[in-house]
Write a protein that binds this ligand. Structure first.
Ligand code: BG6
Length: 474
């Protein structure tokens, strides 16, 4: 009973939210670098406001991140101390191919990750690598329009071939695109998309999604060819929709909302576009340009496992009055009156994790991997940087218990769990530092002030105990 013996406990980060060193080691400029914090961020992320370079009016937190580029040895040592079995991180595309369309990679960038992976293995930590976590070389956006352009498939394939060959034996677990469904909600982050006025945005998003889906299948194929031990996963921003009430219209609406996200995983895991999706495109007058062989590539190269992030469940309604009250969350959701919310209005629903796991497992019958979950909260450190973060422990303990129930009671096959932002990092949604998820506190504020010193929070020792007991001691 309980979790499998080789359960992969760990934590997750993304290059653009923690590395910094944006212009070091031959690295090129990426979309994620030029996204500032502050009020303009939302529009830029949505592809509605153009920001293709730095300016003097904004603060760009990704420039420094939490300086992991220089401090990764110290950070990985702390992960090792907690007993991590895995560490999920992402590769910055622009460290390997600074412009994205070069034919030869940047050796300094390749060496950086090779050193980092070796550092992980020193502590028995298995890297879990996201190939793209919201990043796209700026040059590819300026010259080609980002993922709307079919040429991206070739550039991404080159990146994948390069890293699969270089890190053979060092990395076994790969995720092709972080939260692939985010392309619909944050297209500048999800696909380097910026929209011209009057453009049919849905058409552009779904064409870009097709390019990413084909790329993901090609990556899966190459990964398996290079090393049959490679395990490749898709990655979904999950959270099942509940009907607001039992009106059949609300129930159907919740199905429709779930399908908006599941369509991506249907393609990546079952290998074809689902009927409901094709009908929907037809109704919207959207036509996806496919090349000969695309359907076969998708069909023959499905993923080995399904990974996802889970922060909250969501609520759907067909009632236009209720919809008006919906908060400006990235995933439109009516407020659930039965749940509490975080300081950022994200609703807290541990049982929702178990429900979501069951929904996904029932649908795909492939091993699952929870690669993000956690509570973004304001911490109050004492003079030694120590934080009594019982609220975080409480959130995580309840979610881990729910995932344990899904495994023990419902029989879901789960490979591992990596909590989000195991070390404090820059928020993807808001660009803030004060929205903290970590077991490790980083002395840095929203404006970029601070020593960047690391210190353990109360949750550090708690998580260490959870891992040591394989999830028994919560
Ligand atoms: C996920 C992303 O959407 O949620 C992460 O994959 C992100 O990059 C995380 O940081 C939490 O969101 P936020 O907005 O609190 O940083």
């Amino acid at each position: 009973m309980g979790f499998r013996k080789d359960f992969l406990w760990g934590g997750a980060t993304a290059a653009n939210q923690c590395e910094g060193g944006y212009n070091e080691g031959g690295r090129g400029l990426a979309n994620v670098d030029v996204v500032p914090n502050g009020p303009d961020r939302a529009e830029i992320i949505a592809g509605h406001k153009k920001m293709f370079d730095f300016d003097n009016e904004h603060h760009f937190p990704a420039k420094v991140g939490i300086d992991m580029y220089h401090r990764y040895k110290e950070d990985i040592a702390l992960f090792g101390e907690m007993g991590f079995k895995t560490y999920r991180l992402s590769i910055a595309w622009t460290r390997i191919f600074p412009n994205g369309d070069e034919t030869e990679p940047n050796e300094e960038g390749l060496q950086f990750y090779e050193d980092l992976f070796n550092e992980c293995h020193k502590y028995g930590i298995e890297p879990l690598v996201t190939i793209t976590h919201f990043d796209c070389p700026m040059h590819l956006i300026k010259e080609y329009g980002g993922w709307r352009n079919r040429k991206m498939v070739t550039f991404y394939e080159r990146l994948c071939r390069t890293i699969f060959n270089r890190y053979k034996g060092l990395v076994k677990y790969w995720l092709t695109f972080n939260e692939i469904n985010m392309i619909l909600h944050a297209p500048f982050m999800g696909a380097g998309l910026y929209f011209e006025e009057g453009e049919n945005e849905e058409q552009v998003k779904y064409q870009s999604a097709h390019h990413e889906l084909v790329s993901s299948a090609i990556a899966t194929k190459i990964a398996h060819e290079v090393d049959p031990n490679n395990q490749v996963g898709c990655m979904l921003a999950s959270g099942s929709y509940y009907p607001y009430n039992c009106r059949p219209e609300d129930v159907f609406e919740s199905r429709k909302k779930d399908r908006e996200s599941y369509f991506f995983i249907d393609v990546q895991s079952r290998g074809e576009y689902p009927a409901y999706f094709l009908k929907d495109l037809e109704r919207q007058g959207i036509e996806i340009q496919m090349e000969d062989g695309d359907k076969e590539i998708l069909k023959e190269n499905t993923v080995d496992f399904i990974s996802f992030s889970y922060y909250s469940s969501r609520v759907a309604t067909s009632d236009p009055e209720l919809l008006k009250q919906t908060q400006g969350n990235i995933f439109a959701s009516v407020e659930n009156p039965y749940l509490e919310s975080s300081e950022w209005g994200w609703q807290i629903d541990p049982l929702g994790l178990r429900i979501t796991m069951n929904d996904i497992y029932d649908r795909y019958q492939k091993p699952l991997f929870i690669v993000e979950n956690g509570l973004g909260a304001i911490d109050h450190p004492d003079e030694n940087g120590y934080v009594e973060d019982d609220y975080r422990i409480d959130y995580l303990a309840k979610h881990i218990q729910a995932m344990k129930d899904a495994v023990e009671i419902d029989g879901v096959d789960l490979l591992g769990y990596t909590s989000w932002g195991c070390i404090d990092l820059v928020s993807a949604g808001s660009g803030e530092m004060k929205k903290r998820y970590g077991f490790i506190y980083v002395d840095l504020d929203n404006e970029g002030n601070g020593t960047l010193a690391r210190s353990k929070k109360k949750s550090f020792d708690w998580y260490k105990k959870v891992i040591a007991s394989n999830g028994e001691d919560l």
